[in-house]
Design a binder for this molecule. Structure first.
Ligand SMILES: [Zn+2]
Length: 182
């Protein structure tokens, strides 16, 4: 297998691929350089909006072009704004910080963390209520910015196809600025 065909990648994205095909893809001596572009095509065909996808962040969220901006967008269409600001700030957050609320999601209940030391945060999309992430942290800990990719570097150095709007400003975490302006 020199080039992974689009049908196989589609099965991979949908979680329907066979173990044998995954194994074969893993064993390819040289990775197919077109794979990322085919993958983006598949994602773009799956969503109902037209913004160009630059990168997928998780099962529901994408970094996309929106005019001259790069924003985070859910597959449901809900927009989270500038991708340099932690998107979790724009979600509906449920915090489990009592023994009872922790035990609802832990089995066996004895495995639940001690709420004196830890809290569990669940992040939901305001547009479609999909659960986007879960984090377990000490109470008061800042929201974890789990993925802040250097898109310009990725496209230029890894994919050999620089983005047209390259700028050093794109790889600056703006979360603190956003919070300071509230
Ligand atoms: Zn959504």
């Amino acid at each position: 297998m020199e080039v992974v065909d689009k049908g196989l990648l589609q099965q991979l994205v949908e979680g329907q691929i066979s173990d044998i095909d995954v194994d074969e893809m893993r064993r390819m001596t040289k990775k197919d350089p077109e794979r990322f572009w085919t993958y983006l095509d598949i994602l773009q065909e799956k969503v109902t909006w037209d913004n160009k996808i630059l990168m997928r962040l998780n099962d529901h969220l994408y970094i996309v072009m929106n005019g001259t901006e790069r924003i985070v967008k859910c597959d449901c269409g809900h927009e989270y704004g500038d991708y340099r600001v932690n998107w979790k700030l724009h979600t509906d957050i449920r915090t489990r910080d009592t023994q009872d609320s922790m035990e609802q999601v832990y089995y066996p209940a004895a495995a639940a963390p001690d709420p004196e030391w830890m809290e569990l945060r669940e992040f939901y999309c305001p547009g479609c209520t999909a659960q986007l992430a879960v984090e377990i942290v000490p109470p008061g800990y800042p929201l974890i910015f789990e993925s802040f990719p250097d898109l310009d570097r990725f496209y230029r150095e890894m994919m050999d196809k620089p983005l047209a709007d390259e700028s050093p400003d794109w790889f600056k975490d703006k979360t603190a600025d956003f919070l300071a302006a509230l």
